[in-house]
Design a binder for this molecule. Structure first.
Ligand code: SF4
Length: 239
């Protein structure tokens, strides 16, 4: 997750557009080749469906309707709300899946996904990814596989067609994710201008502190289908 603290909407828009361009220009053959070299094989450990292993399952707009039809209570605003205006209202670019008290996905049962056929897009492309990220030493580079050497097995034989399909699906996901971020930032910019609002980091920090202490409830505007939906995460109630 990008650290958005103290960065303006415009700066973030520029970065997201540059990243989109870079993802689009990343050579398909190179990506498919890397997938083949890694030869990842899922060992069905189920760890990737836990908060401990993957912080949260971010939902694209295209996933939200399907999850809502299965269980509307499974949707929560994606964590690390990105902005907070001077009235104390938070804004975030989409929904995530709720987790249970033990940190596992609300749909994980006995180590298996109980909505497997309808699982969100990120769960379909995982563990493949294509974005630039800093490693533990701060070195920013392309990352193609999440949790490398921490789950599954490696160096399995994979066919060229399979690798190409995985590369293509992952790129489609990353592009959709960035387009959603861009849509969120552009919509927020218009919303702030229209209502005379602005991001105030001091209010963000105070609201979040008070919320985490349990002193207050908060309102989060979640970006969905080109607009915002008001959500009260403390009550997990979507209005
Ligand atoms: S929806 Fe299914 S595959 Fe995705 S994290 Fe939850 S249990 Fe895992």
């Amino acid at each position: 997750m990008i650290n958005v603290k103290n960065r303006s909407i415009d700066n973030r828009l520029t970065e997201a557009k540059e990243e989109l361009e870079a993802v689009r220009n990343y050579p398909d053959e190179k990506f498919a080749g890397i997938i083949g070299e890694i030869g990842f094989k899922c060992e069905l450990c189920g760890r990737c469906c836990t908060k401990e292993f993957n912080d949260h399952v971010f939902l694209l707009d295209s996933d939200v309707a399907a999850i809502r039809a299965i269980d509307p209570e499974a949707l929560v605003p994606a964590p690390y709300y990105e902005f907070c205006d001077q009235t104390g209202r938070f804004y975030v670019s989409g929904y995530a899946l709720k987790t249970k008290a033990d940190g596992s996905c609300v749909f994980l049962e006995a180590g298996r996904c109980k909505i497997y056929g309808k699982r969100p897009t990120i769960c379909r492309v995982y563990p493949y990814m294509l974005h630039r990220e800093a490693d533990e030493n701060g070195c920013v580079d392309w990352r193609q596989l999440s949790g490398l050497n921490e789950h599954g097995s490696y160096h399995s034989e994979m066919g060229g067609t399979e690798c190409e399909a995985l590369a293509e699906d992952t790129k489609v996901y990353e592009e959709a994710f960035l387009l959603q971020s861009i849509g969120f930032l552009e919509t927020l910019k218009v919303h702030f201008k229209k209502y005379g609002l602005k991001h105030v980091q001091r209010i963000y920090d105070k609201q979040m502190r008070d919320f985490l202490k349990g002193d207050i409830d908060i309102e989060v505007f979640v970006y969905c289908e080109g607009g915002f939906e008001k959500c009260t995460p403390g009550k997990n109630k979507i209005k």
